[in-house]
Design a protein around this ligand. Structure first.
Ligand code: DQA
Length: 149
């Protein structure tokens, strides 16, 4: 049994109510429940966390990263600003999958750059809550050694 971490950044606690035309109608609690169930079906444990604070996100990665096998992360707006989150991901050295509900490449230019993209194993953007499920499937495939480096 592996441990999969799922980390959600700022404002994602408002999912379902926040700009639903961009981010969809599904709440964060519903996403986490769906992911936990899918992980359990694959025989894995899933731990999730959301914070609006950059330092809390960094601390959680540091604390949980040592006892985990893979990280799925939607850093929200910190995607485009946070060297600290990038460094935390590098420090724990977990294979990381970056998720965005919206297609950031169809939006403002400042959303086109991600401080995580080149340290992540892969990125999924624009597929709404379904992107998290795809990330979980990819995480399970990574754990089975089915995706090359
Ligand atoms: C987001 C995209 C970011 O640009 C934005 O700041 C978010 C959500 C997404 O999931 O589409 O908060 O990460």
């Amino acid at each position: 049994m592996a441990r999969i971490l799922v980390l959600h950044g700022p404002n994602l606690n408002l999912l379902g109510r926040r700009e639903p035309q961009l981010y969809g109608q599904t709440s964060l609690a519903a996403i986490d429940t769906m992911l936990r169930q899918a992980a359990a079906e694959a025989g894995h444990e899933l731990l999730s966390f959301q914070s609006n604070h950059e330092g809390e996100l960094v601390t959680w990665i540091q604390q949980q990263g040592a006892q985990a096998d893979v990280l799925i992360i939607n850093p929200g707006a910190y995607t485009h600003t946070s060297v600290a989150l990038r460094d935390a991901v590098l420090a724990v050295g977990l294979p990381t999958i970056e998720v965005h509900l919206s297609n950031v490449y169809r939006r403002e230019a400042f959303r086109h750059h991600s401080y995580l993209a080149d340290v992540a194993r892969g990125q999924i953007a624009g597929l709404g809550a379904y992107g998290y499920l795809l990330a979980l499937q990819a995480a399970c495939a990574l754990l089975r050694g089915e995706i090359g480096t």
